[in-house]
Design a protein around this ligand. Sequence first.
Ligand code: AKG
Ligand code: FE2
Length: 175
Amino acid sequence: MEEAGWLRPVMPRTGQPYSVMMGNLGELGWISDRAGYRYAPVHPATGQPWPAMPPALLEIWRDLANCAAPPECCLVNLYRGNARMGLHQDRDEREMRAPVLSLSLGDRALFRVGGLERRDPTRSFTLSSGDVVRMGGGARLMFHGIDRIIPASSTLIPGGGRLNLTLRRVTPYPG
Ligand SMILES: O=C(O)CCC(=O)C(=O)O
Ligand SMILES: [Fe+2]
């Protein structure tokens, strides 16, 4: 990740930067800039392909996804300080039969979960290092976000903070 280079993406239209740093592993990377959200096969700054998906992540997917096809993207989010992620749906993928698997490492975080409509009631719970959230089936499009991390609640990540690894299938698979 360090070699490939972290991105500080900006939101479509407003150009406002996200508070998390992002990177990608795998064939496709999720990027956000003034033009919108999309999946791209190369890093926008370097033009280089994203680093390969590590075998350990493919194994987690095999064990937990219950999906006929492998993931194509691992979005890596690095949360430090006051970084957060607003309530959203993961809906830029063209294959909605595949779940989204989200792995937490490092500092604990307050994860907020709602329903399928933005206005639905939400509740929050703590995610700890090693936790995996699976959004699949009727929960594939649930609204979710990160309210905040709990700084220094783990010593796992060099320099501190929380890493979130989100595995996704992007393109349709046969069957
Ligand atoms: O950091 C997390 O646990 C959630 C990340 C997320 O929802 C996303 O990247 O779409
Ligand atoms: Fe998400």
